[in-house]
Ligand binder design. Structure first.
Ligand code: SIN
Length: 480
């Protein structure tokens, strides 16, 4: 991998922390440092926000087609550099190279879609109740936006925020996860090459609490978009209250995956495999609880067992690997503790269940695991595991499946398989989730509204809904 950019981006300059302090970025597969990045604090955050505020007047008034062109160029450059960006991602995040390449294309799709949306930010006129009045509804950029992004999708979760923000005419300050800043800086380089003016995109790394505090303190920041844990989301909501900052929160999930007795089992197994084991199970929308109708349970479990056992585990850079390392030791501990807890409650672990030793690598590789008799008393059925573990349970009636699926404070994504059209719409309506996959386990796409209900968050990303989050609605009452 060529040496990646490892400095923060403020006002189109790559800069170190004022103190010169850095923190290491490690490869999760080896636990070895691959770079050090600036450990910034209040002063640098403040400067990044000031740069974004200074760039705002020109960017927000630049004609939409010109803003769209910049976004399209960024997308083109990401695809041009797909292999290089994927290599950076795999080095700092661990996911298999093929998945990393896929994520770069997914990340670029948010830029392309946002470019189109930039040109479709329509206002409205509304018939007034007096003949000497007109009602105009204007859509205007909210102001400086801040994006706080996670390590599990180091590029796509940035462009999913940056794209709509710039399309709306906002400028942005991005704080990537401490584990994966290099993918963010690479996007910064691409932004400059694409012609993004100074101050429109700024990227800053350092202590999350300090950077977060400054983001919510500075008057110019009018919008914060966060993807991460529900725990942190609640803290941000508290901080946002002080200045009533507009918030989008994409938080934890606990996705149910329901297989009815009339489902196409081949499709259901393929859907679960792709959905559950993407990114080694470290996604907010991957299935965390699998409910299978008692009539097809044995057949489904048998097919699944063979496929789970066949998954290839190893470093993301090795050919054919499907399951890379977990991000850090804490992640390994959590996954292991969920499996241990299930075993202590009598669970039958039919595949995996433990770490896989990879010579000369860190102890971060967890075997794809199947638990065939899970129940709601087990941690894996009440908390997000964020790892390659499939806990399954039988159900008998439709009502029981719906109740089990909705019995959680989370509401991000849910999936079910059935070949009955009436049941399909009934279940889709009954599931209390923001994203529902009906005979589909890969719902993520740039055009659709992505986001959760209940403690899984606020707001939607993607489609015109994603751009709407960065716009204010202004009503002009015009006396004529
Ligand atoms: C996430 O897990 O947070 C996002 C997954 C996706 O966009 O598909």
């Amino acid at each position: 991998m060529p040496t990646p950019q490892s400095l923060c981006l403020i006002n189109n300059h790559f800069v170190p922390a004022d103190s010169g302090n850095t923190f290491p970025v490690t490869d999760p597969a080896t636990d070895k440092a691959i770079a050090s990045v600036p450990d910034c604090g209040s002063a640098e955050t403040w400067r990044a926000i000031e740069a974004a505020a200074a760039a705002l007047p020109e960017w927000r008034t630049r004609p939409a087609p010109a803003r769209a062109r910049v976004l399209r160029t960024m997308g083109d450059l990401m695809l041009r550099d797909q292999d290089r960006l994927a290599a950076i991602m795999t080095a700092e995040q661990g996911k298999p190279l093929a998945e990393a390449r896929g994520e770069i294309a997914y990340a670029a799709s948010f830029l392309f879609f946002s470019a189109g949306e930039a040109e479709r930010v329509y206002g409205q006129t509304v018939p007034a109740s007096a003949s000497d009045k007109r009602i105009l509804v204007l859509k205007q950029p909210v102001g400086v936006a801040a994006a706080i992004t996670p390590w599990n999708f180091p590029s796509a979760m940035i462009t999913r925020k940056l794209g709509p923000a710039l399309a709306a005419g906002c400028t942005i300050v991005i704080k990537p996860a401490e584990a994966t800043p290099l993918s963010a800086f690479a996007i910064g380089e691409i932004a400059i090459e694409a012609g993004v003016p100074a101050g429109v995109v700024n990227i800053i790394t350092g202590d999350p609490a300090t950077i977060g505090r400054e983001i919510f303190r500075h008057d110019a920041v009018r919008k914060v978009s966060f993807t991460g844990s529900t725990e942190v989301g609640k803290i941000l909501m508290d901080q946002a209250a002080n200045r009533i900052v507009k918030l989008s929160l994409e938080l934890g999930g606990h996705a149910p995956f329901i297989v009815f007795d009339d489902a196409d089992l081949d499709k259901a197994v393929a859907g679960l495999m792709a959905n559950k084991f993407r990114n080694a199970g470290q996604t907010c929308i991957c299935s965390n609880r699998v409910f299978v109708h008692e009539r097809v349970f044995a057949e489904f479990a048998q097919r699944l067992r063979a496929q789970v056992a066949a998954l290839k585990v190893g470093p993301g850079t090795h050919d054919g690997v499907q399951i890379g390392p977990l991000i850090d030791d804490a992640a390994v501990e959590k996954v292991a503790s969920h499996v241990a807890n299930a075993k202590s409650k009598g669970a039958k672990v039919t595949v995996g269940g433990d770490l896989v030793k990879v010579p000369d690598h860190a102890n971060r590789f967890f075997a794809p695991t199947l638990i065939e008799d899970a129940n709601p008393e087990m941690k894996c059925f009440s908390e997000e595991t964020f790892g390659p573990v499939v806990p399954m349970m039988k159900f008998s009636t439709e009502r029981e499946a719906i109740d089990l699926a909705n019995d959680t404070p989370f509401g991000l994504a849910a999936y079910f398989y059935t070949s009955n059209a009436s049941r399909l719409i009934r279940i889709a309506e009954a599931l209390d989730y923001g994203v529902v996959g009906a005979n589909d386990a890969a719902p993520s796409t740039a055009q659709a509204p992505f986001g959760g209900t209940k403690e899984s968050g606020l707001g939607r990303e993607g489609g015109h809904w994603g751009v709407e989050e960065y716009l204010e609605t202004k009503y002009v009452s015009w006396g004529v």
